[in-house]
Write a protein that binds this ligand. Structure first.
Ligand SMILES: C[S@@+](CC[C@H](N)C(=O)[O-])C[C@H]1O[C@@H](n2cnc3c(N)ncnc32)[C@H](O)[C@@H]1O
Length: 180
């Protein structure tokens, strides 16, 4: 096979729903995209209702599957929006639905958006000190979460306290606590 020193770039100014059908089967190694966010950027490029997201996306993923080589990979940058204080489940539903269509769900990567608060990637060392328990938390983990979600004087419960890390940290941070 002849290998060119130059790469090809093909831009198709069209709806992928309509035009991906012209791509050959099993010809692509990687599909990587950030799909339109559900109901979030309506002013710039329209939006899909979170409740309709899976229904909208599954037909497109079927086309992805057709054009990907069997060894190919699909990477989707997505995060569900919260509605009434709860994260919507459309991303989870999409993953489960794609699995039913033969996709293998292999990894979840977290894009660390630096300086965004609260951070959703916790860089914490594990603790090796022997606390006579095989699964004790490093103290820094509950410390970070207790500080984020409570104020001094609030109550914290750990129903599976084990070696007692949560109560010890809560006490250090002047939170009340109950451990079982
Ligand atoms: C989340 S943005 C992707 C941004 C992109 N990753 C970048 O770096 O600019 C989604 C984009 O998909 C486009 N889009 C929405 N529906 C589309 C469709 N059916 N076919 C092709 N593009 C579409 C939107 O206009 C929007 O620009």
């Amino acid at each position: 096979m002849e290998i060119s020193l130059y790469s090809n770039t093909c831009l198709i100014n069209a709806d992928c729903n309509k035009y991906m059908q012209y791509m050959p089967d099993q010809s692509i190694d990687l599909i990587i995209t950030s799909s339109p966010y559900a109901d979030q950027r309506e002013k710039t490029y329209g939006g899909i209702s979170p409740d309709k997201y899976v229904e909208w996306f599954i037909p497109i993923t079927k086309e992805f599957k057709r054009i990907l080589k069997p060894s190919g990979t699909f990477i989707l940058n997505i995060k569900e929006k919260a509605i009434n204080g709860e994260r919507h489940t459309y991303v989870l539903e999409l993953i489960l639905n794609m699995r039913m269509n033969g996709w293998l769900w292999t990894e979840e990567f977290i894009w660390h958006k630096k300086k965004v608060y609260p951070d959703n990637v916790l860089y914490l060392a594990t603790e090796c000190s022997n606390r006579n328990h095989s699964a004790s938390f490093p103290e820094t983990l509950p410390e970070w979460l207790i500080k984020l979600f409570t104020d001094p004087g609030d109550w914290v419960v750990d129903p599976f306290l084990g070696s007692g890390t949560i109560c010890a940290v809560a006490r250090k941070l002047k939170r009340n606590s109950v451990g079982y």
